[in-house]
Design a binder for this molecule. Structure first.
Ligand code: NAP
Length: 319
């Protein structure tokens, strides 16, 4: 039995990796590709979603090399196959505790314990919630954070989309494939989303906008029947009947596990230009460490850079 300091022991001996990668989105799988090609036999722990958030996107139109666009899940699958071809191992499992003061690093997961000479954190981000009454109770019963996953359930139904960024417009446009109408509720009267998506959304006959307005309640017993809206300029409140409420109001990085062990800023892991964190041998990539860009291509690039740096670090350690 191996007792990890500060981490509860289990009967199984921990697995050791020269490079352990947390997360199997574009950042984690690109890191795996590069570490595998350096013959470091990386282990990738998938977390909850192979392919990361990108896999929940119906079509990705801005990843270079795919002029007609590529399915998000398909791209994740291609990333994984390419990394595995060179010797990466992708394992289902989520880390829930790490000790970065120990050498090797110690990682406890829902499926066992790992030790690692280098760690690449690519744990991504999770969608923010509105935190209004009814939202939690009606999630999966009309309230959703993923159009690609749940859009099909809203065939010929009315849906409301909250947010004014790229996600809200992209998913809103996607939802018009199924829904009879998509009402985008935004708290300001200016959209944050990029020009192409704005143009497409404004020209789509199934989409309309309600400006300067927030959702204050998700209404319904066993399923959503409406949302309560509040106009921020007039203060007027009203009940707006709808079958679906899709919420796209940004993301929070999945980094809580590293609090107190790594330097962070606004929840994002601080990295230098070489993806190095405040702990030598620990690197971070993708949305867990990227407050600025949040693009698949950027996350993939950060993952590749992190693996190159992890390789250099191991070479330096070996003298
Ligand atoms: P985002 O750009 O942060 O936009 C979030 C939107 O939600 C904003 O319009 C914001 O309003 C609104 N919002 C935030 N909190 C709210 C609240 N409590 N109540 C009501 N509204 C609220 O997030 P995102 O759209 O998920 O995009 C995240 C990043 O991914 C961005 O960098 C984006 O460019 C990128 N992305 C790119 C693509 C693409 O290239 N096709 C697709 C998806 C995402 P305000 O505008 O008033 O702040």
């Amino acid at each position: 039995m191996f007792n990890l300091s500060g981490i509860s022991s289990s009967n199984a001996a921990p697995r050791h990796a020269r490079v352990l990668i947390l997360g199997a989105g574009p950042a984690g799988l690109s890191a795996a590709l590069y570490a595998a090609r350096a013959e470091l036999q990386p282990i990738v722990l998938t977390g909850t979603q192979i392919g990361g958030q990108a896999a929940l996107t119906h079509t990705i139109e801005n990843y270079p090399g795919f002029p007609e666009g590529v399915g998000g899940a398909e791209l994740g699958d291609l990333f994984q196959k390419q990394a595995e071809r060179f010797g990466a191992t992708v394992e289902f499992g989520s880390a829930h505790r790490v000790d970065l003061s120990a050498r090797p690093f110690q990682i406890e997961t829902d499926s066992g314990q790992y030790t690692a000479d280098t760690l690449i954190i690519a744990t991504g981000a999770s969608p923010n919630h509105l935190n209004v009454p009814g939202e939690a109770e009606l999630t999966g019963r009309g309230v959703s954070y993923c159009g690609t996953c749940d859009g099909w359930f809203f065939k010929d139904k009315k849906v409301v989309v909250v947010g004014g960024g790229d996600s809200a417009l992209e998913e809103g446009i996607f939802l018009t494939r199924f829904a009879s109408s998509v009402t985008i509720v935004h708290r300001r009267d200016t959209l944050r989303a990029g020009a192409i998506l704005q143009k497409r959304a404004r020209e789509n006959p199934k989409i309309d906008f309600i400006w300067n307005t927030v959702v204050t309640e998700a209404v319904g017993q066993d399923k959503l029947t409406g949302v309560r809206l509040k106009n921020l300029q007039t203060g007027e409140e009203r009940l707006f009947p709808t079958d679906g409420l899709f919420i796209f109001i940004g993301h929070t990085p999945n980094t809580q596990m590293f609090a107190g062990q790594l330097e962070m800023e606004n929840g994002y892991i601080k990295v230098d230009e070489r993806m190095r964190t405040s702990v030598a041998g620990v690197f971070a990539a993708g949305e867990a460490a990227d407050p600025h860009f949040k693009q698949v291509v950027v996350s993939a690039g950060m993952g590749a850079a992190a693996a190159i740096e992890a390789t250099r670090y191991l070479q330096e350690m070996a003298g």
